[in-house]
Design a protein around this ligand. Sequence first.
Ligand code: CA
Length: 254
Amino acid sequence: MRVFSRGLTDMGLKRSRNEDFFTCNDELGLYIVADGMGGHAAGEIASSTAVSSIVEFIQTFHDDPNLTWPIEANPNLSGMENALVAAIQLANQAVCDQASENRAYGGMGTTIVGLLFYDGRAAAAHVGDSRLYRLRGGRLEQLTCDHSWVNEQLQGKFITEEEARSHRWRNVITRALGNRPTLEIDSASVDVAPGDLFLLCSDGLSGMVCDEELQHILTENLGDLAKACREIILQANLNGGIDNVTAVIVSVQE
Ligand code: CA
């Protein structure tokens, strides 16, 4: 199997800066979307620092699989899942360090969603409300569970999906990189088959474009990932564009 990808980010229509950051690295099979927050340009610093830190660790691990492990590995996770989780832990440290070294960066943070392909499978990990979807057989499935206040309320059946979509606390996330030295990361080993399409995105996309619309746009543009990215971002802006929008699309081929 081989994977190839396209990614695109847009400021949206209401924000004056873009605090999202992404990477598409087909060589490493590594894809990341980060959504930063914090004043004085700190959001951009948080998201870009986290992404570079993750890429750096995965590259190092790729070049030398026998390197000394920086954190305790979890025996229940695959090697690559451990690698991705370790990379995110190190990224959290990097963001925390920057926040403590520069007063202007105090309180900054970022979400992360990452996907790392290996041996015909993929490791996925995330913190916050950036999402991972898989399109298979024309059906879009959300593979991550938002770490957000509204999602917790939704899971507890305290609010409806309708209420969650418009709730004034819909942007409140319950986990982020950059807040504290220890971080709880959700990870999973993801089944991959030829023909699968993966979408990583920030909440500026998932909050603006519903799953049915996303499914439709992806299905209509299977042969042209760059166009799919453009169409998705266009739709987010047509629907209001109230936040920065980022989409990374990964196609799996025989
Ligand atoms: Ca956002």
